[in-house]
Design a protein around this ligand. Structure first.
Ligand code: DP6
Length: 345
């Protein structure tokens, strides 16, 4: 038999949730308990090259920056096996995959959204079922990404992306994310995200384990209902340009995420004393300057500073003068918001 070989490469941005996904629906594969919405981070991305050869699959050879990483292989192979239930193509191919992140490894920045996003785009492209760049193609890539990591489903769009059913979001689905199609108001359309690296170590509790703790969580139902309400309100802010309410909602979402961790059984914390010190500094700065600056948090200790690009100088000065002392090795990474995933020639 003649083995046919195909190769493709994609760049996919990381994303930061404004309304958080924390908790899965029971009885499905990677279905979110509530809808979430995110901004993609165009300057923090993964680039993945995939070579597919015909053969009984899925089989995998994985490298990270060209170097063998046997510890990553089981997770990616499990991902391919999950996809193979929906894609015959994956069953009939062997894969050689190489991934590179453009942000330094070991900064505590979640790379799984960008990584699974890029991988899923490669597969959706090689599968050749839908025209590249069509809405079906992105939906397919998002569907595949979700099977790797829920939050990755939102990474395949440059626009804000919503994942999870919501009555006010047209075509929204638990199976894949959709782009938020309404026009974003000028006052929220040109923001940036600087990630302050507070802790670069391995997380004590993985996101997947954290999600599972929502199953018997005393406040789960209230949290899921509040997230659905916050999606309605935050999307209204994005359209109307209500920056004050936007900031309040984004910060409340971040704190709710971590409150849910602290009230799980067993409970745990991922924020560190320096995380809280930064939040206090941000509140003081906002009170003194009235500049629109919000924080949000991922499942970790690092703080994302979201701000309007037009205030960049003031914010960078604030970081240098007040926040750098709380950052591990004085590290922070800045990104523009947006940036569509790209096929790389
Ligand atoms: C806190 O997507 O990493 O970042 O689906 O189990 O892979 P799995 O979890 P993951 O959860 C991340 C959740 C979050 C919030 C968010 O991005 O919405």
């Amino acid at each position: 038999m003649n083995n046919k070989q195909m190769q493709v490469k994609y760049r996919c941005p990381s994303n930061i949730a404004l309304v958080k996904y924390w908790g899965k629906k029971e009885g499905g594969v990677q279905l979110p308990a509530n809808a979430s919405i995110s901004w993609s981070l165009s300057d923090l991305y993964a680039e993945t090259t995939m070579i597919a050869t015909t053969g009984v699959g899925p089989k995998l050879t994985f490298t990270f920056k060209g170097e063998s990483k046997p510890s990553f292989e089981p997770k990616i192979l499990a991902f391919l096996e999950r996809i193979s239930e929906y894609s015959d193509f994956v069953k009939t191919h062997n894969f050689i995959v190489d991934t590179v992140n453009n942000f330094p490894h070991g900064t505590g920045i979640a790379s799984s959204a960008a990584g699974f996003g890029a991988l899923a785009m490669c597969i959706a492209d090689l599968e050749g079922k839908f025209e590249n760049g069509s809405s079906e193609f992105f939906e397919r890539a998002s569907f595949f990404s979700r099977l790797g990591s829920g939050s990755a489903s939102r990474s395949v769009y440059g626009k804000p992306a919503v994942w999870g059913e919501h009555p006010e979001i047209l075509n929204s689905s638990d199976l894949y994310a959709v782009p938020f199609e309404k026009e974003i108001h000028n006052s929220l359309s040109n923001w940036k995200d600087c990630v302050l690296i507070v802790d670069d170590g391995e997380k004590k509790v993985s996101s997947t384990a954290g999600h599972a703790l929502l199953e018997n969580h005393p406040y789960a139902a209230a949290r899921f209902a509040n997230a659905q309400k916050n999606i309605s309100e935050i999307t209204q802010c994005l359209e109307s340009g209500d920056v004050v309410n936007f900031i309040a909602l984004v910060e409340s979402e971040a704190l709710q995420l971590h409150s849910m961790m602290m009230s799980s059984i067993p409970y745990f914390t991922l924020i560190r004393p320096n995380t809280l010190a930064i939040l206090e500094e941000i509140w003081t700065f906002r009170e003194e300057t009235n500049l629109p600056l919000a924080f949000t948090l991922d499942a970790g200790a690092n703080v994302h500073l979201l701000y309007d690009k037009q205030n960049e100088n003031e914010i960078l000065n604030f970081i240098d003068n007040k926040l750098l002392i709380y950052c591990k090795n004085g590290t922070y990474l800045c990104s523009n918001i947006g940036g569509t995933p790209q096929k790389i020639a």
